[in-house]
Design a binder for this molecule. Structure first.
Ligand code: C2E
Ligand code: MG
Ligand code: MG
Ligand code: MG
Length: 283
């Protein structure tokens, strides 16, 4: 009967919600343990210029869960972000990235290389210890802040524009480069973009996906590139999967490219020994 199915329906939803809470709770504990057990790894993805030379590498977190295999950030970053676990996880990411960069510096970087890029979550940037901590990590590892780019999303900035600008000004003053990640997917406000002390704008892969097929995407992407140039920002296209996308965006004036067409994210060891880092011209 209708009444019965309604009861079933309620039971169904209650169970799902409970399950969801349970799952998050367990995941939270798992993340905590995983940090202790050093189950997180950094993968690296190349970012190249129009000549295909390595200009940057992005550090991307992965979680090796034993029998469960590799877990992607979309499975654990939101849970880490909604609890305070993003702070220890984020600190670990920074330290691990600096340590890896120190190895690259030792083996010799290609002339074209400018930055190792690290994703910084909103909560992390707003944490009162963020700046003192990153300063300490620099001094402990001997890394030059000029070799690091911090990727932040628009959502960070919109939460507290004044505070974000203040923090970014300090970080720029320390030598870090700042990139706006996933540009165009948040509540992009072109008015605040001119006020932000950023160097780089990364166009989200959503716009790149069908840039060749969809006339409107073409118009949007072209406009973003032109605007970024007017603001003297370097433009990066994310999610480049084909040669045609690479060519089209080069023609439109996009300067840097990241995506499976150039290279997928790979382990630190694979990246260290890849052609990206072992090109002949080095310093
Ligand atoms: P993101 O910073 O925009 O990173 C780019 C994402 O796009 C990566 O996903 C990368 O693997 C994927 N990608 C790169 N090229 C292509 C392509 O050609 N096609 C497609 N379909 N995808 C491509 P990933 O590694 O799963 O990371 C997802 C997001 O999780 C990142 O997006 C970033 O926002 C976040 N994230 C990853 N690592 C960290 C971290 O250590 N800390 C923080 N706070 N966030 C992280
Ligand atoms: Mg990123
Ligand atoms: Mg992105
Ligand atoms: Mg993204």
């Amino acid at each position: 009967t209708a009444q019965e199915s309604q009861v079933n329906c309620v039971t169904f939803f209650t169970t799902t919600l409970e399950e969801k809470i349970h799952k998050e709770h367990f995941l939270q504990n798992d993340i905590r343990k995983a940090l202790e057990n050093r189950e997180f790894k950094l993968f690296f993805q190349a970012r190249v210029d129009s000549d295909g030379k390595l200009v940057a590498a992005e550090a991307l977190s992965r979680w090796y869960r034993g029998d469960l295999g590799w877990s992607n950030p979309s499975d654990f970053i939101p849970v880490a972000e909604s609890t305070d676990l993003i702070i220890p996880l984020g600190n670990w990411v920074i330290r691990e990235a600096f340590d890896e960069l120190a190895r690259w510096v030792n083996q010799g970087l290609p002339y074209s290389f400018k930055h190792l890029s690290i994703n910084i979550s909103p909560k992390q940037l707003m944490d009162i210890n963020f700046i003192p901590n990153i300063k300490q990590q620099l001094s402990e590892t001997g890394i030059d802040a000029k070799l690091i780019e911090l990727e932040i999303t628009e959502s960070v900035v919109l939460k507290d524009i004044e505070l974000s600008i203040n923090k970014l000004v300090i970080l720029r003053g320390m030598g870090f480069s700042i990139a706006i990640d996933d540009f165009g997917t948040g509540y992009s406000s072109f008015s605040y973009l001119s006020k932000l002390p950023v160097n780089v704008l990364k166009i989200d892969q959503f716009f790149i996906k069908d840039v060749l097929e969809e006339k409107n995407q073409k118009i949007i992407v072209t406009s973003i590139i032109d605007m970024a140039h007017s603001l003297e920002l370097t433009v990066v296209a994310e999610g480049i999967e084909t040669e045609q996308q690479f060519k089209f965006l080069t023609e439109k004036g996009c300067q840097q490219f990241q995506g499976f067409y150039i290279g997928e994210p790979i382990t630190a060891e694979s990246f260290r020994t890849s052609q990206f880092l072992t090109q002949s011209n080095r310093y």
